[in-house]
Design a protein. Structure first.
Length: 409
């Protein structure tokens, strides 16, 4: 089954009870059962069933099954947002005294989250570059997780996931990959050895900026070192579902980071066009990057699809010849960046990515305003930098829009 077919038919058959071709919205908080004995069996895990939407829901379960199929995982847990997914994925297996290693190019919200773990006794260290050699040198006896993005946002760095997985497993630690910016259309990190994959489903999977959500997918093959991850030990009896059992029965349940059925329904509809949207978005982004590279008002264009980009070869290999929908450009000053943004006619000034529409933002004054200059530059964020999330418009119109904004400088 190829990708676009799997979006429609992979682990999904609509609603078998009614014949509806889309999963119904089960907009219910709780689910009643005929007998107390039945409810007891469901609560204790001896019988499948639905209890309470904070724990599970038919609409949400359908979406989880579809994403797990696409990412080639054994199962998935849908969360209220991408940040909720990252929080739950990490806190499920860490305790005070543990350490996360991450690249500095990760999303600013994730960087802030990991910094916020410090009062809990969980240390985060950020490498300047997401290289295998850098991570290997930084691992200590406290390190429990290597965390990377398949495509850094907005640094656009591309880690070698297969080699990082080999390194993590040799050290008996986890590799967690945020696959938001590339989606399973471009890369499936679990197939390259990652232990856990995360998405902010609010972005490309949804595709229309109408629903917040996140999801965690596990590979089911992690060889858990219970000395390093002692809280996992009671759940090893669940075999390939060890991590998912721990996640569902503890952090996910206790923190209440569940998805809303309506949001998941809308995201499920968006999921079905993910392949054709990503195809168009990637083609448009490459065309725009090539155009911007030739403009005298632009001092630098960062896009892994450009042949002189330092990540071009690893991106081409890992992303099956596509390069994603994000690019950045530098225009000399903050004032120039604001001028370009303010004069764009089609591209919207918004902090989201992955919309059907082209979006632009000045990261230094928005998402990264709370970071120091040193932190911003490590993240690839400069005063004159504009991040572009390329949309589905005709490439000619996107290019014309940027041209008229640039020549007005």
């Amino acid at each position: 089954m190829k990708f676009n077919t799997s979006l429609l038919h992979g682990n999904f058959k609509g609603d078998p009870k009614s014949g509806a071709t889309t999963i119904p919205i089960y907009q219910s908080t709780a689910f009643a059962h005929e007998t107390a004995e039945e409810l007891e069996r469901i609560f204790t895990g001896h019988e499948p069933g639905f209890l309470y939407t904070r724990l599970n829901n038919p609409t949400i379960e359908s979406f989880e099954r579809r994403i797990a199929f696409l990412e080639k995982g054994v199962g998935a847990v849908s969360c209220a947002s991408g940040m909720a997914a990252i929080s739950m994925a990490v806190l499920t297996c860490l305790q005070s005294g543990d350490e996360i290693l991450a690249g500095s190019g990760i999303f600013g919200g994730t960087y802030a989250l990991f910094e916020g773990f410090k009062p809990l006794g969980i240390q985060a260290s950020f490498l300047k570059e997401s290289t295998v050699e850098g991570f290997e040198a930084a691992i200590t006896d406290r390190t429990r997780i290597i965390f990377v993005e398949s495509l850094g946002n907005p640094k656009l760095d591309v880690p070698d996931i297969k080699q990082l997985a080999e390194l993590a497993h040799a050290k008996r630690i986890l590799l967690i990959v945020d696959n938001t910016c590339t989606t399973p259309y471009l890369i499936r990190p679990l197939e390259l050895g990652a232990d856990i994959v995360i998405h902010s489903t609010s972005k490309y999977i949804n595709g229309s900026s109408n629903s917040i959500g996140g999801i965690i997918i596990a590979n089911g093959r992690t060889n858990w070192d219970v000395k390093k991850f002692p809280s996992i030990k009671p759940y090893k009896k669940f075999g390939q579902f060890t991590y998912l059992a721990k996640l569902r029965q503890t952090t996910f349940k206790d923190f209440g980071t569940c998805s809303a059925p309506m949001n998941v329904y809308l995201t499920s509809l968006g999921l079905e066009t993910l392949g054709i949207r990503m195809d168009r978005i990637c083609d448009n982004a490459l065309a725009l990057a090539k155009f911007l590279k030739e403009q005298p008002q632009v001092s630098f264009v960062n896009y892994p699809g450009l042949e002189d980009n330092p990540y071009h070869e690893i991106a081409r290999e890992q992303f099956s010849g596509k390069f994603g929908g994000l690019l950045t450009l530098r225009v000399g000053s903050k004032e120039n960046a604001f001028h370009v943004i303010n004069n764009l006619q089609y591209a919207l000034n918004a902090s989201n990515i992955g919309d059907a529409r082209t979006l632009v933002v000045h990261p230094a004054s928005t998402i990264y305003a709370g970071n120091t200059l040193e932190e911003r530059e490590k993240m690839g964020v400069y005063e004159d930098l504009i991040r572009v999330s390329v949309g589905l418009e005709d490439a000619e119109d996107i290019i014309e829009d940027f041209l008229q904004a640039l020549v007005s400088l």
